[in-house]
Design a protein around this ligand. Structure first.
Ligand code: ZN
Length: 354
């Protein structure tokens, strides 16, 4: 592995079943999970009984994707020449109402990732999954797992309990900044609040398309509440957000900031500049024109070639074959997205990737 090998910033391991976490749960919580008959937490994001959104060639005989480190490396790293991949485990811990239970399952999930994935392949890194309902417990989990340099990021869903920038979340950002961990904000939710502002959508299609609006709301909250001013060394990575909405969003926020900035005086620089310096976005799903001209125009509108990070979003079905990188991306931008930008974003990759 060299620093010229691509770095995949968003891949998803699958928890094979709730019982896989039992060895990593404290005895009290393991006994409760069994006695109370907890159901699987894999499918809260999908309509009941629908299959997980996964490419057909990445399913095993039972329909499950990404079930072992060996499989993930063979399917998500080898075909793309990837040297390092960051695991973002999307499991339904956020759906639990009990703060203690959520903290216990996040702890078990992170330990399961360390032992069943990171210990099995030196090319793998991971994000720390944290409880959303209690920032103090989230900080405890960050402190506990940050001692392991293979954990390179803190993972939050874009739509959790409250808008991301609210003060109650600030201890999480302080802990992340202290340990040089970006906060990775991934599409998803605690599913206690609809993705729209006025109620629940009627289809998964509507929910997934609207995730982009959720990301805009999250950025607005982080900007307006002053998170970027309060935590000057914090980087935020948007994952599975799409990218083509960004220029219009930056223009809109900057335009209204010019007239309304007295209300949020801590936003002292033009918002577009702050976002270009402090926010990164993973590249799948890539929702922009695939031709070179279209991509050049998009990059000019974004105004930076340092914001995009290569990702396959494995095993989700965002592209076919090995076309993880849109065909119109220039060789120079390709290298930036695959190597330079991830290394600049993730301090711990700079320390641990040889
Ligand atoms: Zn993803």
């Amino acid at each position: 592995m060299t620093t010229n090998a691509p770095i995949d910033c968003d891949v998803h391991p699958t928890v094979p079943g709730l019982s896989a976490l039992y060895p990593y749960l404290d005895e009290m919580w393991r006994e409760q999970a069994i006695r109370r008959g907890f159901d699987e937490l894999n499918t809260i994001a999908y309509p009941a009984n629908s299959p997980l959104s996964v490419r057909a060639d990445w399913r095993d005989a039972a329909g499950k994707p990404a079930s072992t480190a060996e499989r993930l490396v063979a399917e998500a790293l080898v075909p793309f020449g990837t040297g390092t991949a960051i695991l973002n485990c999307l499991y339904g811990t956020a759906s639990m109402f009990s703060e203690d239970l959520q903290a216990a399952f996040c702890k078990a999930l992170n330990d399961w990732i360390a032992h069943e994935w990171l210990d099995r392949d030196a090319r793998l890194r991971a994000s720390i999954v944290v409880p959303l309902t209690n920032a103090e417990m989230a900080v405890t989990e960050i402190e506990r797992r940050a001692t392991d340099p293979r954990f390179v990021q803190v993972l939050l869903p874009v739509s959790g309990e409250v808008p991301l920038g609210r003060r109650q979340n600030w201890p999480i950002y302080a802990a992340a900044e202290r340990h040089h961990l970006p906060v990775g904000v991934h599409a998803g939710s605690s599913y206690r609040h609809p993705v729209t502002g006025v109620g629940w959508p009627g289809s998964y299609t509507e929910d997934y398309v609207n995730q982009a609006v959720g990301f805009q709301s999250a950025l607005s909250s982080l900007l307006a509440e002053g998170v970027f001013a309060k935590f000057p060394d914090l980087t935020v990575v948007l994952m599975e957000s799409g990218v083509s909405w960004l220029p219009a969003y930056m223009w809109r926020f900057t335009k209204f900031w010019k007239g309304l900035r007295s209300e949020i005086p801590w936003v002292s620089d033009p918002p577009g500049e702050i976002l270009r310096e402090r926010v990164r976005l993973t590249s799948q799903p890539f929702d922009a024109p695939p031709d070179p001209g279209g991509i050049d125009r998009l990059m000019n509108q974004i105004g930076s070639d340092e914001m995009l990070l290569f990702a396959t979003d494995y095993p989700h079905w965002q592209f076919d074959g090995d076309a993880a990188m849109p065909a119109g991306v220039s060789p120079a931008l390709r290298h930036k997205m695959m190597v330079e930008n991830p290394l600049r974003t993730y301090a711990r990759l700079r320390e641990t990737v040889p």
